[in-house]
Design a protein around this ligand. Structure first.
Ligand code: UDP
Length: 372
């Protein structure tokens, strides 16, 4: 059988495209080298708990079109992300809000907190040039030292002075007692897990798992008129201009015979000494309950370790600094010459995309490509 489109990667970008193409009457084959669909949003059920195998994924967006789109494939619960930071046994509320400022400085009113930050940010004059300067200018040195520096350096394997400032701007700073990690109108976890949501997106579409595109590239390419490629852009070109840098993540997951380990989805270990960046306790994505609303007796936790990506590892985070930006631009130029191939997604576009941005990007591409 010959297809209109061959989609490489059964993650969110590929699933959105496949779904839209099918709606337009196109024939689509989706392949993925992994044994499962859903890419890095893959969830697996263990003792009634939906375990986020490739790290915590909390859907949040301000984009109503994207929100309506995903709600066609899953019902979302009311989960709100409020991580806790553990700095050498001291616990702080995240993101940076009045609870954090009170614990850090004993301040009680927003005016007192604002004054503390104003005093500490004085050391930064002019436009912040890197993540360290940006962080101090947002929340002052005390918070930078205890809640940002160690975590960021573990997460990125680079000094905060070498990292772009946009990364820290992902986190809200609020002079209110609001510890919702995201500034988003819509937030939640798909009830039943992300795998089920992506399976619904791929309903009626042919999917071949355990299928590595690069092992038989010419044969796969011959199956379709066009290719939608959602893997790493440098891998597509066999790293001929050099490798883009990525961070990879390793998880140590344990099933514990106790009802609760930390009482929250995420605890970030923000000191430099603890080797993991955070611990995720998966049951709290769904309030510790099974599908019938019963309390789950056991718990599953994952310690998350960050490392520099090397060939053979799974890439997770693009390192969007200047050097990599330039290399990506060169690959992008090569990609534009591949008239039969569309590159998309976090890896295909080498962008630190959240899930909603991936979906928005895929839908935009569908409009151009399918007129959908
Ligand atoms: N960050 C931090 N301390 C924290 C949590 C986050 O300094 O406790 C910084 C860190 O640099 C991180 C960035 O904020 O890379 C973005 O965090 P986010 O939670 O958005 O990262 P993700 O969930 O995508 O890994």
């Amino acid at each position: 059988m010959h297809y209109d489109y061959l989609v490489i990667g059964a993650g969110l970008y590929g699933a959105v495209f496949a779904q839209e193409a099918k709606k337009q009457g196109k024939t689509v084959l989706v392949i993925d080298k992994r044994p499962n669909i859903a890419g890095n949003v893959y969830t697996e059920t263990v003792e009634g708990i939906h375990v986020h195998r490739y790290g915590a994924h909390i859907f949040h967006t301000n984009n109503k079109k994207v929100w309506n789109y995903v709600n066609q494939f899953a019902e979302f619960n009311r989960f709100t992300n409020s991580p806790v930071a553990n700095y050498k046994g001291e616990l702080y509320s995240l993101p940076f809000n009045m609870y954090t400022f009170n614990k850090m400085w004993g301040v009680v009113t927003p005016e007192e907190a604002a004054a503390k930050i104003a005093e500490q940010r004085k050391e930064i004059t002019g436009e912040p040039q890197n993540l360290e300067e940006q962080a101090i200018s947002l929340v002052g040195r005390d918070i930078y030292e205890k809640l940002i520096k160690g975590y960021t350096e573990k997460q990125w394997g680079r000094a905060c002075t070498e990292l772009p400032s946009f990364i820290i701007k992902r986190l809200p700073v609020r002079l209110t007692f609001d510890n919702n990690y995201f500034n988003a109108l819509y937030q939640g976890i798909p009830i039943g897990g992300y795998t089920k949501m992506v399976a619904n997106m791929l309903d009626g579409i042919e999917v071949r798992l355990n299928s590595d595109y690069f092992e038989n590239k010419a044969e796969w390419d011959a199956l379709a008129d066009k290719v939608v490629y959602t893997g790493a852009i440098d891998a597509y070109f066999n790293y001929q201009l050099g490798t883009l840098e990525y961070r990879s993540v390793r998880f140590e997951t344990e099933l514990l015979d106790q009802p609760s380990f930390q009482g929250n989805v995420a605890v970030n270990y923000t000191d430099r000494e603890t080797p993991w960046t955070r611990i995720i306790e998966h049951k709290w994505f769904e309030f510790g309950k099974d599908a019938e609303g019963n309390d789950l007796p056991k718990t599953v936790i994952s310690r998350e370790y960050s490392s520099e990506w090397k060939p053979g590892d799974e890439p997770y985070y693009p390192v969007n600094d200047e050097k990599n930006g330039k290399l990506y631009a060169a690959y992008r130029e090569m990609a534009q010459k591949e008239s039969k191939v569309i590159f998309g997604g976090r890896l295909g576009e080498y962008k630190y995309y959240d899930m909603d941005a991936v979906i928005a990007s895929a839908l935009e591409m569908c409009e151009n490509e399918l007129g959908a």
